[in-house]
Design a protein around this ligand. Structure first.
Ligand code: HEC
Length: 110
């Protein structure tokens, strides 16, 4: 069992690890449409380069693995992962698997 302090220590440690140079990307289809969707629905919280907003607890989504991003977005859209911002759930809910795939690919290039 980790104490709250242990969890905080692990979080600080993980946040300071270097980002891998090759984080895994998608197939490169639909990136233009994904860029437009990101600029319209996501940039406000996650930032132009996926930097997020530490003060508001909006997570950084740069240097993330494409398959990880895709899985998390599907789970947030489908209500499996329930800790995202309700506004995010609203914008992501109508998106198709193909749209999320292209978005994950686009974001994996940040
Ligand atoms: C209103 C702010 C907001 C908007 C708009 C928003 N998000 Fe999020 N997003 C969040 C928050 C908050 C979380 C989860 C934070 C947590 O887990 O504590 C999150 C989580 C995520 C994650 C998971 C990150 C991880 O490391 O597990 C991804 C991927 C993501 N968002 C993508 C998107 C995409 C794509 C869009 C646009 C379609 C979007 N978000 C729009 C606030 C937002």
């Amino acid at each position: 069992m980790l104490s709250p302090q242990d969890i905080a220590d692990v979080a600080v440690y993980l946040s300071k690890l270097p980002s891998p140079a090759d984080n895994g990307r998608g197939g490169g289809q639909g990136l233009d449409a994904a860029a437009r969707a990101y600029a319209k629905d996501c940039v406000l919280c996650h930032g132009a380069q996926g930097e997020g907003d530490e003060a508001l607890f909006y997570p950084r989504v740069s240097h993330e693995h494409y398959r990880y991003l895709l899985r998390e977005m599907i789970e947030i859209r489908d209500g499996v992962r329930r800790n995202a911002n309700p506004r995010m759930v609203e914008v992501i809910r109508p998106m198709s698997d193909a749209q999320l795939d292209a978005l994950a690919d686009y974001m994996s290039r940040f």
